[in-house]
Design a protein around this ligand. Structure first.
Ligand SMILES: [Fe+2]
Ligand SMILES: [Fe+2]
Length: 155
């Protein structure tokens, strides 16, 4: 498996959780559980992706700007997550903020899949893309198991 497929697989998990969350209402058990799940997936993915997709690219001339852009969006998503965590889930503000997050996530995943992946394929060799996938998947597993503790860079 290549890093692009490994990441795409987790993006689809995020999309599915966003879609399910859109169907929930109030501070229901279902919304609480789905929110915890989405938060975990986003936070864990951000750390693993920065380490095994973006970090090596930030050293390159061709993709330095894109890598910075992608990581800045991770930061914006982190801020929305924090805002949601400090907002009453049954308030209209919560769902309005969640909508902002869903849009940002969708836009970000598209940037990565349609713009960054094709460019990265010209930088990473096939072997590198295989190795990055193994490293990425191993760290996703570790981070999922230890979330929310021991996630590097997670506040
Ligand atoms: Fe990302
Ligand atoms: Fe991603």
């Amino acid at each position: 498996m290549k890093i692009y497929n490994a990441i795409k697989k987790d993006h689809d998990i995020q999309r599915d959780l966003c879609d399910k969350l859109k169907e929930t209402s109030g501070a229901s058990e279902e919304r609480k559980n789905l929110w915890e799940e989405l938060k975990k997936e986003l936070q864990v993915h951000t750390v693993a992706e920065e380490r095994y997709f973006y970090s090596p690219l930030i050293e390159t001339d061709k993709m330095q700007e894109d890598a910075r852009h992608g990581m800045a969006e991770h930061h914006e998503m982190d801020e929305l997550i924090e805002e949601l965590d400090t907002t009453d889930m049954s308030s209209p503000h919560w769902i309005a903020t969640a909508e902002k997050l869903f849009e940002k996530v969708e836009h970000h995943l598209e940037d990565e899949e349609e713009d960054f992946f094709p460019k990265a394929k010209e930088i990473y060799s096939k072997t590198e893309a295989d190795n990055l996938a193994s490293d990425y998947e191993r760290s996703m597993q570790e981070y999922r198991n230890s979330w929310p503790e021991n996630i590097p860079g997670n506040h």
